[in-house]
Design a protein around this ligand. Structure first.
Ligand code: NI
Length: 385
């Protein structure tokens, strides 16, 4: 089954929006150009526009042709600190910043749906278009929620989607229930004392302590969490030292935890604290541990997961929808919105095979009218229920 006919006609424009965003990517909370264009277009199409929600977030509200329910659709707008290496004619002109996660496409798809719905208005109730900043770990969803997003624009249901470069065009997947991991970021500062490298007995060497601490942190998942409960703890940065002959005074470690069980996550946080404190005591130094809870576990409403799949099947066909069998240890801050309003989040496969967040990532633009059609149909079908 095809994309909506009018959206197929708009595909060229939707592609143009996407390429423009791609050429001018902006990092989280700095999406002033992108959100400016979004607001301008929504306004042009007669959609009520609200800006500055969660700093650079934009919300568009479109009334249907009668009373009904309110459905929210969300797209993210931010890019990543990556130097693009695709050689595309519309490659990033912003050095060191790239739409390597396809949020340019998500924004363009939601714009396509908004334009179509503003023209056709074949729905009752209300559509709320949520253009979110800073999905990539900078708390855009929480910033919008802190600005009373759903108090100002109450929704009965919300939906979101992400492109998926799995080489399987138009395959739409949803994982009902717990779907994506909650995530913490952490920083550890080992405050020891340095010396001449030739006289190590005059130091308390933070590098030796760091090496040992990394090993100890590894025992948390292997020895303190049940093997049947997925949890990841990765140290991803170690920074210390600047010379061959100096034992430095400080070593900094950073990393991330991914979890599905919040109680288990608390156990892990406590173990991290205990291990740091133990090391600090053992060596007579200070070790600071700072853990930030950045993403909630993403939980798709079971019933609305099926609604999303059924709606998608009208666009991509029954053979192209499926229930995703496994949880993903990646994270997504739409989770924070799903904590407040029930809804579901899907992946839309495409021909690309270079992974997300890679400097060579290329999005298959044929998914633009597909995503826009799924969004539009959700409004047409769910506002009147
Ligand atoms: Ni993304």
């Amino acid at each position: 089954m095809p994309v909506l006919e009018r959206i197929a006609e708009l595909a060229e424009d939707i592609t143009r929006y996407r390429r423009d965003f791609h050429e001018h990517p902006e990092l989280g909370m700095e999406e002033t150009r992108t959100s400016g264009i979004v607001a301008e277009l929504l306004n042009e199409w007669g959609i009520q526009v609200h800006t500055g929600i969660g700093k650079t977030g934009v919300v568009g509200v479109l009334e249907g042709n009668g009373p009904g329910r309110t459905i929210g659709l969300r797209a993210d707008m931010d890019a990543l600190p990556i130097q693009e290496q695709t050689n595309l004619p519309f490659a990033s002109t912003n050095p060191g910043v790239m739409h390597a996660c396809g949020h340019d496409a998500h924004t363009a798809m939601l714009l396509g749906a908004a334009r179509y719905l503003s023209e056709t208005r074949q729905f009752s109730g209300k559509a709320v278009f949520i253009f979110q900043p800073a999905e990539e770990g900078l708390g855009g969803a929480r910033a919008m929620l802190a600005d009373a997003l759903f108090d100002r624009f109450p929704c009965d249901e919300i939906y979101g989607m992400h492109n998926y470069p799995n080489g399987q065009p138009q395959k739409v997947g949803v994982k009902p229930g717990e779907a994506m991991a909650g995530a913490d970021f952490f920083d550890i500062t080992i405050k020891a004392s340095g010396s001449h490298a030739a006289m190590p007995h005059q130091s308390v060497d933070p590098i030796v302590i760091a090496a040992s601490l990394v090993q100890q942190l590894q025992t948390i998942v292997s020895r303190n969490t049940p093997p049947t409960s997925p949890l990841v703890l990765s140290v991803t940065q170690i920074h210390s030292g600047a010379a061959y002959n100096v034992i430095p005074g400080v070593c900094e470690l950073s990393g991330t935890m991914r979890y599905f069980d919040t109680q288990l996550a608390n156990t892990v946080r406590q173990r991290m604290k205990d291990l740091c404190e133990g090391m600090a005591k053992g060596y007579g130094i200070d070790i600071d541990l700072n853990i930030r809870e950045v993403f909630d576990v993403l939980v798709n409403d079971e019933t609305l997961s099926q609604v999303l799949l059924d709606t998608a099947s009208e666009v991509v066909g029954k053979d192209n929808i499926s229930i995703t069998p496994d949880v993903v240890t990646g994270s997504e801050d739409f989770a924070d919105m799903l904590r407040v309003i029930p809804g579901a989040y899907c992946t839309v496969g495409h021909e690309g095979t270079i992974p997300l967040h890679n400097e060579g990532f290329i999005l298959d633009e044929s998914i633009l009218p597909v995503g826009a059609s799924i969004y539009a149909k959700l409004i047409e079908q769910r506002t009147g229920v």
